[in-house]
Design a protein around this ligand. Structure first.
Ligand SMILES: [Zn+2]
Length: 399
């Protein structure tokens, strides 16, 4: 059976999981009360997350968040955003039709909702900005997202490259990181390396092709959590040094020299000694725009860009997510993506009902070994790993 076929089966199984989570789980949740960890009523965070304490159904993080939302803070915040939006607008205008080569900006284009929204707005507001879309095919991204990325690029008639590094790169990354998640959780380890490498490939390619801007659809809460900053532009000195790579190594606890061949290590961006004239600026437009996520969905559906059926976030995500979640629940008792998603919910950038359903059902599924098993074994099969090697076999005892 070819990988295409397996990928389609994985899509079908995730679609089924999503259906159960959203349509069936809410009706039967009450039957499983004792098997599911209590969660915050507002942001849905699991009470198993360290330092989370529920009080009257509300977590301490939501209470702290609310305390910060006073009026003076809001005025300052709005001004800060308005300032960023103005600066970004100028920056994009200044780059329209000004690139040294064929393109002014490389758009990291996953086909996910945020990147599609970013693209539609760039096209509308900066029509002379010459864009090159770049999508990764690492062999493990959602087939739905990849097909959609191609379809949208064709529909908008933009230059588009699908960058597929040799299979050793991502396979090596997942194989190594999945076997070394330990108590850090997969979010800080597997997902951090994966997400950072995607950015780095964009920098690498833009540098090679002499493209002055790299635009990413990472949103505000994601960036705040990943890099601890909420500014739409990455400091240029960070782009000109090893800072970003150092940060990734520090947070994940991994050294790329321990994982990758010398040649593949070069894909991880290190600006040291590079020609500063060619180093791209890294821009996160959504941090300055702060679109309302509900409005984004509606707008994209109206424009016919995003079919509603396939807009489910878990369907357009990475196939490896199911494995990561199962490892997390087994080792730390909660999915390590929850703190980020809960934070996004606090900032109204994510739908609490949707994610509560997903996180609860995924916890039950991982504990009871239902619903996720087929997906997990297919993904592990693609990676050439056994359940034992990642600590997921029935009798596996983890360090
Ligand atoms: Zn909360």
């Amino acid at each position: 059976m070819g990988n295409d076929n397996i990928d389609q089966q994985i899509v079908n199984e995730i679609r089924f999981f999503d259906f159960v989570a959203q349509k069936i789980w809410p009706r039967v949740r009450w039957l499983f009360g004792s098997l599911i960890t209590p969660r915050c009523q507002r942001c849905t965070i699991s009470s198993k997350v360290p330092e989370v304490i529920l009080h009257d159904g509300l977590c301490n993080l939501c209470q702290a968040h609310e305390a910060r939302q006073n009026r003076a803070e809001q005025v300052w915040h709005d001004k800060y955003i308005a300032h960023q939006a103005k600066e970004l607008d100028q920056l994009l205008k200044d780059h329209e039709n000004k690139g040294r080569g064929r393109w002014d900006a490389l758009v990291l284009f996953s086909g996910g909702k945020d990147s599609v929204y970013m693209l539609s707005r760039l096209k509308k507001d900066y029509p002379r900005l010459r864009l090159l879309l770049m999508t990764w095919n690492n062999g493990f991204y959602s087939k739905v997202a990849l097909d959609r990325a191609k379809e949208i690029a064709a529909k908008l008639d933009l230059d588009h490259i699908v960058f597929k590094p040799s299979s050793s790169v991502y396979k090596t990354l997942y194989r190594y990181t999945l076997q070394n998640v330990a108590m850090k959780g997969s979010y800080q380890t597997v997902d951090r390396l994966d997400g950072t490498l995607n950015q780095f490939l964009g920098f690498y390619y833009a540098y090679q092709m002499n493209i002055p801007l790299v635009l990413s659809g990472v949103d505000f809460a994601q960036e705040l959590i990943m890099q601890f900053h909420s500014y739409y532009r990455m400091p240029f000195e960070d782009m000109c040094s090893r800072t970003l790579l150092d940060r990734m190594e520090r947070r994940s606890g991994f050294k790329i020299a321990d994982i990758f061949s010398e040649e593949d290590q070069k894909l991880f961006w290190d600006g040291t000694g590079k020609d500063k004239e060619r180093i791209p600026q890294y821009i996160l437009p959504l941090l300055a725009w702060r679109p309302d996520k509900g409005a984004v969905q509606g707008e994209l559906e109206r424009q016919g860009i995003l079919p509603k059926r396939d807009s489910s976030p878990i369907l357009t995500n990475n196939q490896v997510l199911g494995v990561m979640t199962a490892i997390d629940i087994k080792t730390i008792g909660y999915c390590s993506f929850e703190p980020e998603f809960a934070e996004m919910i606090r900032f109204k950038e994510n739908d609490p009902v949707y994610w509560r359903n997903v996180f609860e059902l995924v916890e039950l599924a991982a504990k009871q070994r239902i619903l996720l098993n087929k997906i997990i074994s297919k993904v592990l099969g693609k990676l050439g790993l056994t359940a034992d090697q990642v600590g997921l076999s029935r009798n596996a005892i983890r360090k």
